[in-house]
Design a protein around this ligand. Structure first.
Ligand code: URA
Length: 208
């Protein structure tokens, strides 16, 4: 398994799909090596492409506010996207670009980071993890996908176009601290390698 530093280096040089031809900088993502929370947006935009960093434009400003609402700071969370290079003219990433980038990089990042919670930002990100759900139905509600805990949210940019979503994003984000607490509790309760009883692992009893 690749570590985060090697992954970042490789992502910066990636030319596995057409998006690699037009970008200024790939945007691997940023944050600590052992975050509780990983945010996954859609794709870098103009400013992200220029700086090589995720969410540094307008929607990034709102994401920073939302992160504060959860009592966190940007330095404590990992922020990335489902594709690491800016699609020309900010078009939606194409399914084959998403598949390639996910297979090569996103899945490796998740393995390396082992976040307790993955916050999907927007419908593209949601659909990679929960393809049968719609964002209007599941936003703000944690869902287990295999051993990943997914917390779907609207994309912060959606609130820039539809101001009434601002409050929804804020109230969804305010649920995150309790969820983190709950996950830490479950992790601390985890049964040791040689269980003394036949009780199921608390993770299997997780009630969402
Ligand atoms: N929108 C995204 O989905 N990701 C970014 O990094 C910036 C804007």
């Amino acid at each position: 398994m690749l570590d985060l530093t090697s992954l970042n280096e490789k992502i910066s040089l990636c030319t596995a799909c057409k998006l690699g031809e037009d970008r200024t900088n790939a945007v691997p993502g940023e944050g600590p090596k052992d975050p509780d929370v990983m945010f996954i947006g859609e794709a870098p935009g103009f400013y992200e492409d220029r700086e090589g960093k995720p969410f540094v434009g307008q929607s990034g400003k709102f994401l920073n506010e939302l992160i504060k609402e959860a009592g966190l700071t940007r330095e404590k969370v990992f922020i990335s996207n489902i594709v690491k290079c800016r699609p020309p003219n900010n078009r939606d990433p194409l399914p084959d670009e998403i598949d390639t980038c996910e297979e090569l990089w996103l899945s490796q990042q998740i393995k390396a980071l082992q976040p307790k919670i993955i916050v999907t930002l927007g419908r593209h990100s949601l659909s990679r993890f929960l393809p049968n759900e719609t964002i209007s139905r599941v936003h703000g509600q944690p869902r287990l996908k295999g051993d990943l805990l997914i917390f779907p949210m609207y994309h912060p940019a959606a609130a820039l176009h539809q101001p009434k979503l601002r409050g929804t994003l804020i109230s969804d984000m305010q649920k995150l601290p309790n969820l983190i607490k709950k996950e830490n509790k479950i992790e601390n309760q985890e049964v040791p390698a040689q269980p003394e009883t036949d009780e199921p692992n608390p993770k299997q009893l997780r009630m969402l």
